[in-house]
Design a protein around this ligand. Structure first.
Ligand SMILES: Cc1cc2nc3c(=O)[nH]c(=O)nc-3n(C[C@H](O)[C@H](O)[C@H](O)COP(=O)(O)OP(=O)(O)OC[C@H]3O[C@@H](n4cnc5c(N)ncnc54)[C@H](O)[C@@H]3O)c2cc1C
Ligand code: SF4
Length: 446
């Protein structure tokens, strides 16, 4: 059957896209969980958080009923602490490091507790930070994603006047346009961005694109410093025949459509193949299934041991009924009347480990074919190479190069987040934004 709009009712779709990690239903639940924390000295949970949130402190504040203080502790380290409580892969960060794992007991539900206090702060519009009065310095931030917003907030707090230039019509970056809808809703993303901006001193100019509406030279001329938080945006192509057939989409565009439209308007196939096994691939696969696809097959060229997603994410795809073909690489997409019909894959095997211990996938020469009516490409993203080259920013294949002080080769131009690291997680981008702000303040002599 060819690709079609989905056939589930709005009610069923709403249910399928509801919160994957629901919050505590009652205050008592949060209190009981908070009381389990033994407030470790030199807490491993804090050490494993890229933004170094003082986890034992905020949990203790919840225990003692100081929810406001708890939210302030979290936001002081991570202004997107509410979003991170919903999207962070905590199993490999704070919760994965919790000492309870050593006792073979359930780790403290750090993310759920973090959500408990930060959501209250956002819902109640608690004013937890006071901006210093303006010092006359002006900084331009390009990109209203986690890196740009964290940088802007930290600068504004110190009295810097910030202008954010954002090419989309909403802030939040991939948090708003990329992360799976069952982790964060569009309404939540809007509330979080509004909360961050409520500090004042930050003017966001939406629908203003660097390289189109503005140039880096203009920004350097008109501002005391610039922070680039433009992320990575372009999906990597597969470079195989048939990639242009109707029904072949890239995961980023597919998810972008899903995040910006009514779910019932999103076309999904009956038999969907998803190429890749990273977080984006998992999100594309699980959301295809939730949209009503009958079969979703994830295809990865290595084995389960080398998968880039976490076990928790893989389990999510398994629970959603996705199937997996390991050691397979797409070779050709075959169409009929311009539409996707079949996917031909090479069978792969793993070579002997190289010096770094990594085992490269090697083509065995054998192939197999599966029937599909939609192929979603999730083989990674490529940085905006053309844009950064045009702006004379030193880069490696589009990834912006910065020194230890977050500064690029251009004096006064700083950068951070996915545009520098090539694509990690929200929490890393927030830390990069904080770092950028710290070095910009030093550069401005503040
Ligand atoms: C499908 C998908 C799912 C993900 N799921 C998770 C998850 O569950 N958990 C997690 O922690 N991380 C997840 N991530 C990764 C996470 O979203 C990113 O690491 C994080 O958003 C990076 O933040 P950033 O600010 O560096 O970039 P972005 O979030 O990409 O923000 C960059 C901003 O810059 C804007 N911009 C770009 N170019 C220009 C320009 N020329 N002019 C003006 N503005 C511009 C963009 O519109 C965007 O708003 C996911 C990523 C994807 C793609
Ligand atoms: S490691 Fe676990 S028990 Fe220890 S402080 Fe962190 S959350 Fe609490």
């Amino acid at each position: 059957m060819s690709i079609q709009n989905n056939r589930l009712s709005k009610e069923v779709l709403a249910e399928k896209f509801s919160d994957v990690h629901p919050p505590f239903e009652h205050t008592e639940g949060a209190m009981i969980e908070a009381d389990r924390c033994i407030n470790c000295y030199d807490a491993p949970c804090t050490k494993s958080c890229p933004t170094s949130i003082d986890v034992p402190l905020f949990i203790k504040q919840i225990s003692s009923g100081n929810i406001r203080g708890s939210a302030k502790t979290i936001f002081s380290s991570n202004i997107m602490g509410a979003g991170c409580s919903k999207v962070c892969p905590v199993e490999k960060l704070c919760e994965g490091a919790c000492v309870y794992n050593l006792l073979e007991e359930e780790p403290i539900s750090i993310a759920k507790l973090q959500r408990y206090s930060t959501e209250k702060a956002i819902q109640g519009k608690w004013k937890l930070f006071e901006r210093k009065s303006s010092n006359g310095k002006k900084v331009a931030v390009v990109g209203a994603g986690p890196a740009g917003l964290a940088c802007a907030h930290a600068l504004s707090l110190q009295g810097v006047d910030v202008t954010i230039f954002e090419k989309e019509e909403k802030g939040g970056g991939l948090m708003t346009y990329g992360v799976a809808a069952y982790k964060v809703t569009p309404d939540f993303c809007k509330d979080e961005v509004d909360y961050i901006l409520s500090i004042g001193g930050i003017d966001v100019q939406y629908k203003k694109e660097l390289g189109k509406d503005i140039t880096l030279v203009d920004l350097q001329k008109n501002y005391d410093s610039v922070f680039l938080g433009i992320g990575v945006g372009i999906a990597r192509s597969l470079d195989i025949p048939g990639e242009n057939l109707d029904g072949v989409v890239d995961a980023i565009s597919f998810i972008y459509d899903l995040r910006t439209n009514d779910y019932s308007k999103i076309a999904v196939g009956d038999n969907v193949a998803v190429i890749g096994m990273g977080m984006t691939a998992i999100d594309a696969a699980t959301q295809s299934k939730r949209l009503g696809a009958k079969e979703v097959t994830m295809i990865y060229r290595r084995t389960e041991n080398e998968k880039p997603c976490t076990d928790v994410e893989l389990d999510l795809a398994k629970l959603d009924g996705c199937s997996f073909i390991w050691l397979a690489s797409p070779k050709e997409i075959i169409g009929e009347n311009g539409k996707v019909k079949k996917l031909v894959c090479n069978k792969m095997k793993l070579a002997e480990p190289d010096a770094s211990g990594r085992r490269a996938p090697v083509d065995t020469g054998e192939t197999f074919t599966i029937d599909v009516d939609m192929v979603i490409k999730a083989a990674g993203q490529i940085p905006f190479e053309e844009l950064v080259n045009k702006s004379s920013v030193e880069n490696k294949s589009g990834k912006i190069l910065i020194n230890k002080k977050s500064e690029t080769n251009l004096k006064g131009v700083f950068a951070g987040g996915d545009s520098v690291n090539g694509g990690k997680e929200v929490v890393d981008a927030v830390q990069a934004g904080k770092d950028g702000a710290k070095w910009i303040l030093e550069y401005l002599g503040l």
